[in-house]
Design a protein around this ligand. Structure first.
Ligand code: AMP
Length: 540
C-alpha cells in the first residue's frame, strides 16, 4: 500500500519560488565586480531568473544542455543557478583558478552550449573562446553599455540585454527530480578533472539536511555570507539553503581580502559566514591588527581543509562559534560537522576546541565508515585509522561520462581521505591516500608536478609532497634526486614550471636528496618524505 500524500518532485525552482512568495522582500546583497553594492529581493531574483529561462528557451537549448558560468558570487550568478537548473538545463560552474588549458578541457568535456562570465575574466575567455567549439553563445555578465567592442569573441552579448528581451510570464516546468541540475569538476590526482553531476533531488535533500541546527542552522533571521565561491561545490549549498530558509543572502563578489570581507560582515549584519581557513585567517589578522570586533557575526562554517585549533580559539574569543565541516565536491559537499553532543557540555574551553578541531559527525543522510587495506570495517575507537568511505543520497555514484568506470566499493564511495572515527561517531582526518596538495582551498596534483620535474634533463627522480603552511594550509615541496654529475639549482627547477602550470601551483621550494624511499611495489613512500620534511621551512 502506498502512502496517500501529494507527489511533488523536489526541484531547484521550488526554492526560489518559495522565497519569492514567502520571503518576497528579503534581500540579496552583492558586491559587484564593478566594486559597488547591488541590492534587490528574492522576488526580483525570481523574476529575473524567469527572464533568463525564457532566453535559454529562445536560444533553442534542450533539456539537460549545459550552461557554463565563470563568475564570482553575485546576483547574476544566483539567477543562473535558478534560471538554468529551474528550466531543466544544467548549470556548470567553472573554476577560474584552473590553468586555461584545463578550463578548455572542462568546457569541451561538458560540451557547454552557453558560456556566461564576469567581465574580470574577459582576458581568459578571449584566450580560450576559439578552442571551445561546442559553445554557441557567449554571455558577459554586465550591462549592454559595459560590453567592449572588438573582443574577438563571436556573437558576445551582455547578460542584461539578453534577459531584457524576455518577459516574466514563465511557468517553471515540472520534471523528474532525478534530472541533472548542476555540474562541477574536481581536480583528480592526475590528468584532467572529473565532473560531478548533481540532480535536483540530491541538491534539495542536501540543502534541507545541511540546514538542520547542528549543521548550517539556517533561519529567516540570518544574514548569510558564503565567502566560499559559487564555483566550489555550489557555494557549499548556501545559495540554495538561504532562499529555502528565507535568510538574507550576502554575496561578496571578487573582494575576498580580510578587510573587504570584514566590512561586508559589519555593513550587512552578517550572522553566519562560510569559507576555507585561508580566508578567515586574513579576516582575523585584519581584526587583530586594527583592534576590531564583530557586532553581528554569530557563527562560521569552515571547511575544505582542516581548521587549525588556533583559528577556532580566535573566533570563539570574538564570540563567534565555529562549525568545522568536512565534505567533497563528490558529496555535495556536506558530510560531517563538528557540533557538540550533550556529553561535551561540561568540557572546559580547551576540551571544546579539541572537539571542534575534529572533522565531526555525520549529518543525517550520510553514512560513513573507515576500512583497512582488506576493506574490513575498523572499530570506532578514535585510534584505528583507515580509508574513509561514505554513502548517501547526495554522494556521487559515478563521474560524468564515466559511468562505465566502477567507482563505488560495495555501494560506498572511497573518499581518498584517511581517518579515524571515535565512539561518539566523530571522524578525524589523519592523512590522505590521494596524491594531491590543497593550497588555499584549491588542488595541486602532485603527480602532474612530478611529471614536469621528470622532464627536466637534470632530474633522475622527483616526489612532490605537501608541507604545512600557516596561510595556505599546505604548499608543495619538490624532493629531487639529481642525475649523477649534473648540477641544477632550486631556482632553475622552479623556473622550469613557468607556463606549464598556474603560478600558484609551482612548488615553493626544491630539496635535493640522495634517494627517495620506495615501497615493495616500487611506489614512492611519500608518507616517509612528509614526515621527514614536516618542519621544512619554505622560503617566504
Ligand atoms: P573538494 O572536492 O575540493 O571540496 O575537496 C575535498 C577534500 O578536501 C576532502 O576529501 C578532504 O581531503 C579535504 N577536506 C575538506 N574538508 C576538510 C576538513 N574539514 N578537514 C580536512 N580536510 C578537508
Amino acid at each position: 500500500m502506498l502512502g496517500l500524500m501529494q507527489d511533488h518532485p523536489l526541484l531547484i525552482s521550488n526554492l526560489i519560488v518559495f522565497a519569492a512568495r514567502h520571503h518576497a522582500t528579503q534581500q540579496v546583497v552583492s558586491r559587484r565586480v564593478e566594486g559597488d553594492i547591488h541590492r534587490y529581493t528574492y522576488r526580483d531574483a525570481e523574476l529575473r531568473s524567469r527572464r533568463l529561462a525564457q532566453a535559454l528557451d529562445a536560444m533553442g537549448l534542450a533539456e539537460s544542455d549545459r550552461v557554463a558560468t565563470l563568475a564570482w558570487n553575485g546576483y547574476r550568478h544566483l539567477e543562473l543557478y535558478f534560471g538554468v537548473s529551474g528550466s531543466g538545463r544544467v548549470v556548470h560552474t567553472v573554476n577560474p583558478r584552473l590553468p586555461p588549458e584545463q578550463v578548455v578541457w572542462i568546457v569541451n568535456d561538458a560540451e557547454d552550449r552557453v558560456f556566461c562570465f564576469d567581465m574580470t575574466f574577459l582576458p581568459l575567455v578571449k584566450a580560450i573562446a576559439a578552442k571551445c567549439p561546442t559553445v554557441k553563445h557567449w554571455v558577459a555578465l554586465c550591462e549592454a553599455d559595459a560590453l567592449p567592442a572588438d573582443t574577438g569573441i563571436p556573437g558576445l552579448v551582455s547578460y542584461e540585454a539578453l534577459i531584457a528581451a524576455h518577459g516574466v510570464d514563465y511557468r517553471w516546468p515540472t520534471f523528474d527530480e532525478r534530472l541533472a541540475a548542476a555540474l562541477c569538476y574536481t581536480s583528480g590526482t592526475t590528468g584532467n578533472p572529473k565532473g560531478v553531476l548533481y540532480s535536483h533531488r540530491s541538491t534539495l535533500l542536501h540543502a534541507i539536511t545541511a540546514a538542520l541546527p547542528d549543521g548550517q542552522a539556517l533561519s529567516a533571521l540570518d544574514s548569510i555570507l558564503p565567502v566560499v565561491p559559487m564555483f566550489h561545490v555550489n557555494g557549499w549549498g548556501l545559495p540554495y539553503g538561504a532562499p529555502m530558509a528565507g535568510a538574507k543572502l550576502v554575496l561578496p563578489g571578487p573582494a575576498l581580502d580580510g578587510k573587504s570581507v570584514y566590512e561586508l560582515v559589519e555593513a550587512e549584519g552578517v550572522t553566519m559566514a562560510a569559507g576555507v581557513p585561508t580566508v578567515w585567517l586574513a579576516m582575523l589578522n585584519h581584526l587583530n591588527a586594527n583592534g576590531l570586533r564583530f557586532s553581528t557575526l554569530k557563527r562560521t562554517l569552515i571547511g575544505g581543509s582542516a581548521v587549525p585549533p588556533a583559528m577556532i580559539t580566535a573566533f570563539r574569543a570574538h564570540g563567534v562559534s565555529v562549525l568545522q565541516g568536512w565534505g567533497m565536491t563528490e558529496t555535495s559537499p556536506l558530510g560531517t560537522g563538528s557540533s557538540f553532543k550533550p556529553k561535551h557540555a561540561g568540557l572546559d574551553e580547551a576540551g571544546k576546541v579539541r572537539v571542534l578541531a575534529m572533522q565531526g559527525r555525520a549529518i543525517f543522510g550520510v553514512d560513513m565508515k573507515v576500512v583497512d587495506a582488506e576493506g574490513d570495517e575498523l572499530p570506532w575507537d578514535g585510534k584505528s585509522s583507515g580509508d574513509l568511505l561514505v554513502r548517501g543520497p547526495w554522494v556521487i555514484s559515478s563521474y560524468f561520462r564515466r559511468t562505465d568506470e566502477p567507482l563505488l566499493r560495495d555501494g560506498w564511495f572511497p573518499t581518498g581521505d584517511v581517518a579515524t572515527i571515535d565512539e561518539d561517531g566523530f571522524m578525524q582526518i589523519t592523512d590522505r591516500s590521494k596524491d594531491v596538495i590543497k593550497s588555499g582551498g584549491e588542488w595541486i596534483s602532485s603527480i602532474d608536478i612530478e611529471n614536469i620535474a621528470m622532464a627536466h634533463p637534470a632530474v633522475a627522480m622527483a616526489a612532490c609532497i605537501a608541507v604545512p603552511h600557516p596561510k595556505w594550509d599546505e604548499r608543495p615541496l619538490l624532493v629531487v634526486v639529481r642525475k649523477p654529475g649534473v648540477e641544477v639549482t632550486p631556482a632553475e627547477l622552479r623556473a622550469f614550471y613557468e607556463g606549464k602550470v598556474a603560478k600558484w601551483q609551482v612548488p615553493d621550494d626544491v630539496v635535493f636528496v640522495d634517494a627517495i624511499p620506495l615501497g615493495a611495489t616500487g611506489k614512492m613512500q611519500k608518507s616517509i618524505l612528509r614526515e621527514r620534511f614536516r618542519d621544512h621551512r619554505l622560503p617566504s
